[in-house]
Ligand binder design. Structure first.
Ligand code: PBG
Length: 325
């Protein structure tokens, strides 16, 4: 035998020379859950180690993430039911909890990239990402667009660096881009949730925000887990409409979609390693069934290998610490 692939694995230093992908804190984006109040953090039962935090504690957490080399956070608000209505009016309140906190974060840690969520569900009494027709129950696409645009503009006005529409309405990237430009926010980026699947892996997130749909499911707007060609179509549309970054979500069960999209995309590709994926590794590790640090780093590397340029992950903080050593 003259050809021996094992020669390239013989030592740590050779393995490091031939390594095809790397994982760095600068690849990571940490999602954070926001609640109103002061000096309070409450753990999410289905996501041990992940908290809802008041603005002061969010800022503390962001300072520590930034010092570990994590360049960005994705902020999600958990609102009291009294602030929710059919039209998600609170979502564009310039003095609302979300907008105030974005401003506070950008004042405290100006260099961190703040990515904001554009979708109605945290603010909607129906728990849907779009406007619900009260007689038919239909999720109204075109009527939702101005609501999303107002939300995005108010976030940009508060200082958001990148707005991230997670709603899956048709045509929203073009609509939001135009609204941002008209509002004077031509430098605010758009990270599009491009291939967002109707997934049961979002369960713990909906616990965290108390944002589960009151009726029905999200299958008329989020994608069918059986499809990949359709993800390419969504990617082509979002790129054409002006998305700066496109994303696949969830991550681990959709590595093939990340691969397919990264091969055709001329903009960076993000992967969202979602709440249910975090819960799986955490629960198994807490039972002593998996080595948490090793499975997390292996999972995060799998996204890079699949072609993702960046990863939203609840493991981001811990992973950044381990990578630093
Ligand atoms: C909704 C939204 C969801 C997530 C991010 N934005 C849930 C949903 O679509 O129901 C899920 C994130 C996660 O599970 O970590 N706009």
């Amino acid at each position: 035998m003259r050809i021996r692939p094992r020669r390239n694995r013989i030592s740590n230093s050779i393995r490091s020379l031939v390594r095809e992908n790397t994982l760095s804190p600068s690849d990571l984006i940490m999602p954070l859950f926001l609640i109103d109040g002061k000096n309070i953090k409450t753990e999410i039962p289905s996501m041990p180690g992940i908290y809802r935090r008041t603005p002061d504690l969010i800022i503390q957490e962001i300072k520590s993430l930034f010092s570990l080399g994590v360049p960005a956070v994705a902020l999600f608000p958990a609102l009291d039911d009294s602030l929710k209505d059919r039209y998600a009016k609170e979502s564009s309140n310039q003095k609302g909890l979300y907008q105030n906190t974005i401003r506070d974060i950008k004042n405290a840690v100006p260099e961190i990239t703040v990515i904001t969520d554009v979708a109605m569900d945290p603010y909607s009494s129906d728990g849907h990402d779009g406007l619900v027709d009260s007689t038919t129950g239909e999720i109204l696409n075109d009527e939702t667009l101005p609501i999303l645009a107002a939300m995005a503009v108010s976030q940009a006005a508060a200082g958001a660096d990148i707005v991230a529409p997670s709603d899956m309405m048709d045509g929203r990237i073009d609509y939001i881009r135009k609204a941002l430009d008209d509002g004077g926010f031509k430098n605010t980026g758009i990270l599009a949730y491009t291939a967002k699947y109707a997934s049961a892996f979002y369960g713990p997130f909906r616990d965290a925000l108390n944002s589960a749909p009151k009726k029905g499911d999200k299958k008329t707007y989020q994608m069918d887990p059986a499809n990949v060609r359709e993800a390419i179509r969504e990617a082509e549309l979002d790129i054409q409409e002006g998305a700066d970054i496109i994303m696949v979500k969830p991550g681990l069960p959709y590595l093939d979609v990340i691969r397919a999209i990264s091969e055709i995309s001329n903009v960076p590709v993000a992967a969202y390693n979602v709440s249910g994926e975090y819960a799986m590794l955490k629960a198994a590790s807490q039972n002593g069934w998996l080595d948490y640090e090793k499975v997390v780093l292996e999972t995060l590397m799998s996204f890079k290998r699949a072609g993702a340029d960046m990863i939203l992950s609840y493991h981001a903080g811990e992973a950044a610490e381990w990578i630093h050593g």
